[in-house]
Design a protein around this ligand. Structure first.
Ligand code: CO
Length: 474
């Protein structure tokens, strides 16, 4: 879209948001819900599809009716302007030009939170986060993140000191051939279970997964100069999202029972393939010959040791989306603390860059050189999306806990990976997660699948085993 179209696009967004909101809060929807709730046959079993649908449609309706149409419209209109201002501010490293628009987003977010309300003992941030991760208030996240943060900081230090650790990533600097890469990525995505009769893989400026329908899933990848393995990691991630969508139960199409649980559960499915499969020695036993078959002379010199160091190379950096498996979660914790303070009124927008840089020094030991590589790097806040960031780390924690459960059920999972067999894991995900739709909210799904509440212990165990694996490479 040309820059000149920004104003009109914002008006279009505002109009669509208002129309959609008016339909969502139509009083007849409330009447229909009340009538269904009178019918005991629909609610007798709370985990039966009709009861689940009633529960979720009621939740969505109750949230929508609390918002005035004017606020919905204003938020949509402001998002159009703010995203444009953010993109320009990031390009020119000019936080001051974006600050007033971000401050307005914080005000609008507080107004939405006031309309929705929050549980006693909670805070405004909780109400906003419900849009992304229901039933996961800030104090619950804090209780998981606080002990994990210290352990991750310690783990980063231990990763940096592994004897034999190459100073540079062994896959850095290898030139990328996009045509050969796409062929390889399609072969690997198909091998792990991404169904190309119901999906596509293309190149785009940003890696993403667009889930139009379980029968039409579009994933993209991009090629950055610098790391020949990065597109594969990104594709395993997006294919994991795509496989979740492809596995949703078609018999419950267009209802909550046919939909994903939450952003964190979606992310758990992508992180499983990206981190727990794609960085494992067993996976690379199978994948390295495929890599060499497609990419030829440029990667002929890479050994299994090289690719394991490359895919598990831990190094504190400024940019979240380029971060490794260990430091990634520290990037998220910084954002969670900052947005919580912004919404709670403990931090003003003008003080955001300073607070950001201080936390990066504390947590990652880095001096952020400019806001482009600091607080302007992510798009989320320019959309008013406060409460989104923690879902990335929650997803990783769920992935770790689910993967332990899968390994318990299928003890030879790694042998299967080494032989290029991925249906065991994919079918396990299908049965326990994909086909369940929204039957459970995420905390209950975690209990149902693993027998335990969410904990950071499985992730820490996983990272410690990675550390031992790298140390054994020498
Ligand atoms: Co993702």
């Amino acid at each position: 879209m040309p820059a000149g179209g920004v104003g009109e696009r914002a008006e279009q967004r505002a109009a669509l948001a208002r129309l959609a909101h008016e339909r969502a809060i139509d009083s007849r929807v409330g009447d229909w819900l009340a009538a269904c709730e009178q019918d005991a046959t629909l609610t007798a079993d709370p985990l039966a599809p009709q009861a689940v649908n009633l529960r979720e449609i009621r939740w969505t309706y109750d949230r929508a009716v609390k918002l005035p149409a004017s606020l919905v419209e204003e938020t949509a209109r402001h998002t159009g302007a703010a995203r444009h201002a953010w993109a320009a501010a990031r390009k020119h490293d000019d936080f001051a030009s974006f600050a007033p628009l971000l401050a307005r987003h914080v005000e609008l977010a507080r107004q939405r939170a006031d309309c929705w309300g929050w549980a006693s003992g909670g805070e405004a941030w909780d109400a906003l986060a419900e849009d992304y991760e229901p039933d996961c208030p800030a104090r619950v996240i804090e209780a998981v993140f606080t002990p994990l943060r210290q352990r991750l900081v310690e783990l980063v230090g231990r990763f940096l000191e592994i004897p034999g650790r190459p100073a540079a990533n062994p896959a850095a600097g290898i030139p990328i051939d996009p045509t050969a890469q796409v062929g390889m990525l399609r072969e690997i995505a198909a091998a792990i279970g991404f169904d190309f009769s119901k999906g596509r893989l293309d190149t785009a400026a940003h890696p993403f997964s667009g889930s139009i329908h379980p029968t039409d899933v579009r994933i993209t990848t991009r090629f950055d100069e610098g790391n020949v393995l990065e597109p594969l990691s990104g594709t395993l991630h997006e294919a994991g999202h795509g496989m979740y969508t492809q596995g949703q139960p078609l018999e419950h199409d267009h209802t909550p029972m046919g939909d994903a649980v939450s952003l964190a559960i979606h992310e758990s499915q992508s992180r499983t393939w990206e981190n727990f499969v794609g960085r494992s020695p067993a996976f690379w036993r199978w994948c390295l010959p495929i890599l060499k078959g497609h990419l030829g002379a440029s990667v002929a010199h890479l050994s299994e040791r090289d690719v394991l160091w490359a895919t598990n190379h831990v190094q504190p950096t400024f940019i979240r989306v380029e971060a490794d498996e260990v430091t990634y979660n520290l990037h998220i914790m910084v954002r969670f603390e900052i947005e919580r303070a912004l919404i709670g009124g403990d931090l003003s927008v003008d003080d955001l860059p300073g607070a950001w840089n201080e936390k990066y020094r504390d947590v990652l030991g880095l001096d952020v050189p400019d806001d482009r590589r600091g607080c302007l790097q992510d798009v989320h806040w320019s959309s008013g999306a406060f409460g989104y960031f923690p879902t990335y780390t929650l997803g990783t924690l769920y992935a770790a806990q689910f993967f332990e459960a899968a390994l318990h059920a299928i003890p030879d999972l790694h042998d299967q990976f080494a032989a290029g067999q991925f249906t065991g894991l994919c079918e396990w995900q299908r049965q326990h997660i994909h086909s369940q739709g929204k039957r459970y909210r995420s905390p209950q799904l975690c209990e149902a699948v693993t027998g335990h509440a969410l904990s950071s212990e499985p992730l820490v165990r996983h990272l410690e085993s990675r550390l031992d694996m790298l140390a054994s490479l020498g």
